[in-house]
Write a protein that binds this ligand. Sequence first.
Ligand code: SF4
Ligand code: SF4
Length: 421
Amino acid sequence: MALEDYRGDMEMCCRCSCCKFIPMQMVQGAEYSYACPSIAKYNFHAYSAGGRLNIAASMLKKGFNYSDKILDIVKNCQMCGACGVSCNYAMDMEVLEPIQEFRIKTVEDGHTVPALEKVITSLGNQGSMVPVTGKRGDWASGLNLKDATSKKVNVLYHVGCLTSYDKNMQKLAKATVNILQKAGVNFGITGDAEMCCGGRAYQMGYKEDFLNQAKKNMAMIKKAGIKTLVASCSNCYQAFKVLYDKYNLRGDLEVLHITEYIARSLNEETLKPSKKVALTVTYHDPCRLGRLGEPWIHWEGKKIPGDRFVFDPPKIYRRGTHGVYEPPREVLNSISGIKLMEMTRIKEYAWCCGAGGGVNESNPEFAMWTANERIREAVSTGAEAIVTACPWCEKTFNEAIQKNESSLKVYDIVELVEKAI
Ligand code: SF4
Ligand code: SF4
């Protein structure tokens, strides 16, 4: 699909502004009513989803003459998808898809920023979206894990760039390994041969680079005969499960997030958290595990033009309702001593951590502002810690907390499970 294919969706936008806020019945006060970080920060309609659709539709008609302001608007969006969920509460139209295609078009037209070019160059040269320090599989040194490319395993644990290379995040890989071992899973890793999923490149608008990664990954997975992949990073999870499927590359590979795998192990009683972890926590739904982790829905049919676009057969829209929301909560509730206090914006209405869509790289100040908003919301629940299920969220929250000297603690859910087993 290209931007032109969403002309009808973009023209359907009635500028109602619902994409800026969580739906009315969820609103509990002015403070946590925004859904879209971009409009909340920049406070001008063009920085909302509706604004972006209006601009793209207008450029389709009048030509793509990019100004610095338009490129600033395209860039300062976390691609978090909250807008689409709020819009689709009442409307049947695509929102995030045309925003994504608009971003892809700006990149294809040669308009990008040095910070993003740098990470894409690193992806091309070194297969990583984060700075490379040593070998990708160094974190597993001495753990004697199976190599999934040469040994028969039931599960491939895909670690991801940030968890592999960032010394502060490698603890998440080790915790995941401990959990899988404790549950008696026959799993392996690909170590130094692991490659970036490409998901974050896609969010930044680099579609071709994403497709290259996807094709290389699926070729390796097929060659190794892997049937199930477990990811502990929500970006990797969404790339393998949703984006690879969107481009018909996933085949029958089963893709699970580690929280889904742990919840399954708890139900099958192969994993039993027995130790108490006394902590009051609030849970942050990562965008790409929650609303954007919803399965892709393939649709084929005819568009019948009219006053509104009519589809034959009717098109089913992804509304964020089928993301991974219950497994992380089941896992937290299975740990004795954990008390879960929910924030106002949860599940498909969760506020982004700030790191998505290349904003972390291109505008770190905006990423920090967004993270601070979430931390403020987390603190308002009375929780001692914010728990998430993605290394990018953990990293961003930690940076924001350090800058603010907040006493809120940050954990990935695997760290708490590791303590409990
Ligand atoms: S994108 Fe949807 S919610 Fe936003 S202004 Fe347009 S119609 Fe309204
Ligand atoms: S994807 Fe997120 S940041 Fe971008 S317009 Fe939608 S809600 Fe706002």
